[in-house]
Design a protein around this ligand. Structure first.
Ligand SMILES: [Zn+2]
Ligand SMILES: [Zn+2]
Length: 385
């Protein structure tokens, strides 16, 4: 009998995790009031409030929509009633199904099972999915297409580590993870053969620190040539998340960027920002000049130190690593990298894989002093957050 993953995670040996499901909220940020649900492969039962309401066949198609505080279920020619909760329950292994929110969204394929309830007039959908199926789906979203297989292996181990160390993020919300960047992006079943193979090859492997704890496996698109210390972005200093010089990502797609501002907009932003700072946030220019560009965590203006992570967020910048200049129109920011620049640099790792480096070499380059081990070998399964 399947059990919620969090329950097993807390009470049983870690090995149990890999034969168990995880509950992932899907369409987390969308208001979906009706879907077309079409089982694709395998044998399912459709359960309404705990009772079988239909024997599903390969040609079954259901419309499920919000109706008051219930869910109304029908096929093309039959009304199946109204229920508080609907479950598409698998009877065989390797089942999958399609969901198409209506009226106008594209269809997505998901592995395993689906649980639907009504939350304020919208469908709250949870994919009850085998953990490794979920990891394959995440790698497909987070790692992209047509990448070297060795890179996919590194990314699979990172995504697995990240998921397992964040299982309590949605504590009390009836699911362990959402399908957004907040947890990791997940849009359903993977179908790229190299990704499925990389996940299978690395099944169960995770990254641990020298205390045998799962690491905080941060990753980003491109570091711009230098990754940064974890405390410069997240306040928390972690010994395996140290700044490294990275020449592998320099000529990759997101290595550089530019953003333009009118002079007045730029000055207005700085003035408003400086008005929120105190005299304690000021320093002399000598102090500023002594810090290498790639290590700066503040932007310097008129003696004020403005946190670069604030600027990245407020001005929608690709990274905190940039210089400011002028052109004929106004202010131009010339930047390097894309993302928070902590930990694993994806585009650097892709190039490492192209040059023949192994997934272990990639992981040991971006995370210092770590080990890759089977999750079942960790005596007490605890995250680092
Ligand atoms: Zn989340
Ligand atoms: Zn890099």
């Amino acid at each position: 009998m399947r059990k919620p993953l969090l329950f097993l995670f807390l009470l049983l040996p870690a090995l149990a995790v890999f034969s168990t499901d995880i509950n992932v909220r899907i369409y987390s940020d969308e208001n979906v009031s009706a879907i077309i649900l079409a089982p694709n492969e395998g044998n399912y039962l459709l359960i309404g409030d705990g009772k079988v309401i239909d024997s599903v066949t390969s040609s079954s198609v259901y419309q499920i929509k919000s109706s008051g505080n219930l869910l109304e279920v029908k096929t093309l020619d039959r009304e199946l009633g109204k229920y508080s909760a609907i479950r598409l329950k698998e009877c065989t292994a390797d089942c999958n199904f399609n969901i198409k929110p209506i009226p106008d969204k594209t269809s997505r394929l998901y592995d395993d099972e689906l649980l639907i309830s009504n939350s304020g007039g919208y469908l709250k959908m949870v994919n009850i999915v085998e953990f490794e199926h979920y990891i394959a789906g995440v790698v497909e979203c987070e790692a992209g297409h047509r990448r070297p297989s060795e890179y996919y292996k590194a990314q699979a181990i990172i995504c697995r580590t990240y998921a397992l160390s964040n299982l309590t993020r949605h504590y009390g919300e009836e699911y362990e993870l959402c399908d957004l960047v907040h947890c990791q992006v997940y849009k359903g079943a993977a179908n790229i053969p190299d990704i499925l193979e990389a996940v299978e090859t690395t099944k169960g492997l995770v990254i641990v620190d020298n205390s045998n704890h799962l690491i905080n496996a941060g990753y980003h698109s491109n570091c711009g040539g230098y990754t940064v210390n974890s405390e410069d972005v997240w306040s928390l200093s972690l010994p395996y998340l140290r700044a490294v010089k990275d020449t592998f990502c320099l000529n990759q797609l997101h290595a550089t960027w530019e953003k333009h501002f009118s002079t007045i907009d730029w000055q207005n932003y700085l003035s408003k920002k400086e008005a929120t700072l105190s005299k304690r946030d000021t320093r002399g220019e000598n102090y500023w000049d002594s810090i290498p560009e790639q290590k700066r965590v503040y932007f310097y203006d008129k003696g004020y130190l403005i946190p670069l992570k604030d600027m990245r967020l407020e001005l929608s910048l690709h990274s905190t690593y940039f210089t400011v200049g002028q052109d004929s129109i106004g202010i131009v920011l010339k930047g390097r990298g894309n993302g928070h620049r902590v930990g694993f640099c994806q585009e650097g790792a892709i190039h490492m894989a192209e040059l023949g480096y192994s997934y272990l070499q990639m992981l040991n380059f971006y995370y210092q002093g770590v080990q890759v081990t089977d999750f079942s070998a960790i005596p007490v399964a605890t995250g680092t957050k």
